[in-house]
Design a protein around this ligand. Structure first.
Ligand code: ZN
Length: 499
């Protein structure tokens, strides 16, 4: 690559530094900042975001991109960089400035009406703002452009290259296998007794120490990152040398904190494993929401909720929580960490039912954006789908259509990335096992290195050089498919419940 490419990469370096500073300020806002600092912090973050946007959309950048594109074929890294920069530039410049401003204003208003509607269990308070948000999302799809379906333009915002044609078969495969499994489990009369979990409180200090120990054991480098507490757990920070994740603690039960720890550690390991020769380059970033979520769910679910992990970690549980573990076996721990039950709330759902919550949102979003479902029919359509696929019906709008914040800020197309994470994680684990042998055996003796090394090589070190679905194909030999996850879930439910 030539001069234009080099000049472009200088611009990208500065943008990356702006992103690193925002990351640190954002972490501080959630974890450390005194309450009175909120207004000034919002100014700081807004300035950085505006500065980044101005630099990204500068006409010189557009000219440099075109010039770099016409310079002769580069390496895969150079091609990856150009593809990502072109995509961000187009997405940032295709929307008229007035539209961006109007959407920002409407979002602030809409979050307020959603919050009030949710509190008062009254959909009508949110109805008009939601209807306008759907209109604006359709408008946005028009600005961004699409081939088959306006919803494709929105899906592509959260995972590059994602579209209805790719997602429909994935959700179809999931639905066909999960719905009967969940039904069978819900009809069981004798389920494992997990009442031991609630016999004693779970001291917060022990949960903190245990979180630290587990994160360290699976490979997080605390010389290049931190663990803290926050209301909404997340993984953030600045760069691979400064990765900050959080969890939260509940003295009534330990699983939210411990599995939250493994989830965020999974995100954090991905960030620490990014290719260092690509620092400051777009292709050196993690590869989108779906792949990121595959890394968190791998450690949280596939590893953390396995019987092998419960067996290995059992002596630690006993050491940190002696009173809670009297008379408890590793198998009882495993059963308690894996209770399958159809429920109303997505964020509280277990591994088996979770994807159906996402599938329902996907089907509804597709219809809303395509004008096949009217806003006034939405609340009942939501409840009907819950009844059909999960066998539960919400007694309130608060626990039904109003439960998630996403639509209030217009994030149509976001939900599916959660399920992609589950599918990718199972597909990656299957591929890893072919290379490194039985992961259960390794986990049972606390040897997490082979699995982490495999992910480092095939996922983390590859940055976002390839588009997500091609990245998955490179790592596993196949385009994303539901099969590995479907098989994993069927095995697990059979082992737990005998169905
Ligand atoms: Zn996550």
């Amino acid at each position: 690559m030539g001069e234009a490419y080099e000049a472009l990469m200088v611009q990208m370096r500065e943008l990356d530094v702006i992103g690193q500073i925002s990351g640190l300020l954002g972490w501080d806002q959630e974890v450390m900042m005194p309450p009175k600092a909120a207004a000034m912090r919002a100014e700081q973050l807004a300035w950085l975001s505006k500065e980044g946007h101005t630099r990204m959309t500068a006409p010189e950048v557009g000219e440099l991109i075109s010039a770099a594109e016409s310079e002769v074929n580069g390496s895969e890294v150079e091609q990856g960089n150009i593809r990502i920069i072109r995509d961000s530039y187009d997405k940032a410049t295709k929307k008229p400035t007035e539209f961006v401003e109007e959407k920002a204003r409407h979002t602030s208003k809409s979050i307020v009406s959603w919050t009030e509607a949710r509190e008062k269990n009254d959909f009508s308070i949110f109805r008009d703002d939601l209807a306008k948000m759907i209109d604006m999302s359709r408008q946005l799809a028009g600005y961004l452009g699409y081939e088959d379906n306006p919803y494709d333009a929105l899906l592509d915002l959260y995972e590059s290259g994602l579209c209805v044609a790719k997602l429909d078969p994935l959700f179809q495969g999931l639905r066909d296998s999960s719905v009967p499994l969940i039904k069978a489990v819900s009809e069981l009369e004798n389920k494992p007794d997990c009442s031991w979990v609630h016999k004693h409180p779970w001291p917060k200090a022990s949960q903190e120490a245990f979180s630290q120990a587990i994160s360290e054991a699976i490979g997080f480098d605390f010389q290049a990152g931190r663990r803290d507490e926050s209301t909404h757990p997340f993984c953030g920070g600045s760069n691979p040398d400064d990765v900050r994740w959080t969890t939260r603690y509940d003295e009534k039960e330990p699983f939210g904190a411990i599995y939250g720890t493994m989830h965020e550690t999974g995100h954090a390991l991905y960030e620490q494993g990014r290719p260092r020769d690509l620092d400051f380059q777009p292709a050196g970033e993690a590869n989108g929401l779906g792949v990121h979520e595959s890394q968190s769910r791998l450690w949280e679910n596939q590893v953390g909720r396995s019987l092998a992990f419960c067996e290995w970690s059992f002596p630690m549980w006993q050491e940190y929580f002696p009173a809670n573990f009297e008379g408890v076996t590793p198998e009882m721990l495993w059963q308690a960490a894996n209770q399958v039950e159809a429920s109303l709330i997505r964020v509280e759902a277990d591994e088996a039912t979770y994807n159906l919550h996402v599938m329902i949102r996907y089907e509804i979003e597709k219809k809303l954006i395509n004008g096949e479902l009217e806003v006034d029919d939405l609340p009942d359509a939501w409840d009907d789908m819950y009844e059909e696929f999960l066998g539960v019906r919400s007694p309130t709008r608060t626990e039904g259509v109003l439960q998630d914040i996403h639509w209030s800020f217009g994030a149509f197309g976001y939900f599916p990335t959660y399920t992609l994470g589950n599918l990718y994680s199972a597909q990656l684990l299957q591929a890893a096992e072919k290379d490194i042998g039985s992961i259960d055996e390794q986990v049972r003796r606390g040897d997490f290195t082979p699995l982490l090394d495999w992910m480092r090589t095939h996922v983390h070190a590859r940055g976002s050089i390839l588009e997500p679905s091609d990245h998955i194909e490179e790592a596993t030999g196949e385009q994303p498919k539901p099969d590995a996850f479907v098989a994993y879930l069927a095995d697990k439910i059979n082992a737990l419940y005998g169905v």
